[in-house]
Ligand binder design. Structure first.
Ligand code: PLP
Length: 354
């Protein structure tokens, strides 16, 4: 089944807003968008007086290359947060369609679903022998959902979900739903992206972001990789000019071959810093459990998560209490930072007693 047929009828019938930049290129004498003809102070050659290209061609081409997908399968968004929101709004009829989440997980899936008044169905991950994994039996037993959100490596547990498991679910639900795999942390892990499987499995959607491994959280650039018809539907409801020119410029700079080589160095550095952190955590008397995971963070369990977070706060270190998530009572997520930051953390942990 063509996954676009699962979209809300109103969206399928919608005639998208045609912005000036979408109707014509930005060459020649530009008198079609009521812009100011003069660049602002501090423009730095960006032509900020002009509206940006809705899907900047150079960035689109480069991202398609980096992700190894056809441009027709790529939509650039304001972070993957926007991708999640667009998917929910295009595919879920308020008060009727359901969204599956597998907590403990990223909170935006359920939040976007609730804003759209889509029911949130939970199939919690299970922890077996220190490993978090998808409860495939529980997922199989849920009521049919329109969107199935999975995350690999998962935030905050760090586990990955095997490609076969994701693809099998996508095949099984293809008559009524889309499987969305959030790969925000894939660059930190050894696993391969499922981006190149979207062509074979049209109800599979992959979310990528430049916020984490590409060090561009402040730029808000993400990508939805999906069937071309799904991309077309998402484009109908995205804001007319979603991508600010400075963000696009910074993203292009972060995707040059030299920048990518530097990124590889950073990833290796973070891996070493993470290994050192894990060593200290394993030896710490007051850390009861450690889930190393495959991302740029680790999850730990202590006697009293609030005490750890507050004591760290007093030492100038911010950690994230995860206790409100199912099965994560007294769990804290620790991001792997720079050498200096990890040194500060190490000194704090050395002296810390609850
Ligand atoms: C950080 C994160 C993102 C990234 O969101 P952006 O909007 O791209 O910054 C997406 N998914 C998960 C699970 C995350 O942890």
């Amino acid at each position: 089944m063509n996954p676009a047929a699962l979209a809300r009828a109103e969206i399928r019938a919608l005639k998208p807003y045609a912005s000036a930049r979408a109707l014509a290129d930005s060459a020649g004498v530009l008198l079609n968008a009521n812009e100011n003809p003069w660049p602002p102070a501090g423009d730095g050659g960006l032509a900020l007086n002009r509206y940006p290209d809705p899907q900047p061609a150079a960035l689109k081409a480069r991202l398609a290359e980096v992700y190894g997908v056809d441009e027709s399968r790529l939509l650039i968004t304001r972070g993957s947060d926007e991708g999640i929101d667009l998917l929910v709004r295009v595919f879920c009829r308020a008060g009727q369609d359901r969204v599956l989440v597998c907590p403990p997980c990223f909170g935006m899936y359920a939040l976007s679903a609730r804003v759209q008044n889509a029911d949130v169905i939970e199939a919690p991950l299970i922890e077996v022998g220190g490993q978090w994994q998808l409860d495939t039996a529980a997922v199989a037993q849920t009521l049919p959902c329109r969107l199935y959100f999975l995350c690999s490596p998962n935030n905050p547990t760090g586990n990955r979900i095997a490609a076969d498991t994701v693809l099998e679910l996508a095949r099984r639900v293809s008559d009524h739903g889309l499987v969305v795999i959030d790969e925000a942390y894939i660059e930190f892990s050894d696993s391969d992206s499922l981006a190149d499987k979207v062509g074979l499995q049209p109800n599979l959607v992959v979310l990528r972001t430049l916020s984490k491994a590409y060090a561009l959280a402040g730029c808000r650039i993400g990508a939805v990789i999906a069937d071309p018809d799904v991309v077309d539907l998402l484009r109908r409801i995205i804001a007319p000019y979603p991508l600010p020119t400075p963000s696009v410029s910074a993203a292009l700079a972060a995707l040059t071959p030299e920048a990518l080589a530097r990124q590889q160095d950073q990833l290796a550095r973070l891996e070493r810093l993470k290994a050192a952190l894990l060593e200290q955590l394993e030896l710490h008397a007051d850390i009861k459990q450690v889930w190393p995971g495959e991302a740029n963070f680790v999850l730990v369990r202590v006697e009293d998560a609030q005490a750890l977070v507050q004591d760290a706060f007093a030492a100038g270190i911010r950690l994230r209490d995860q206790s409100t998530q199912p099965d994560l009572d007294n769990c804290v997520r620790i991001t792997v930072g720079s050498e200096e930051e990890m040194q500060t953390l190490a000194e704090f942990l050395r002296d810390w007693q609850p």
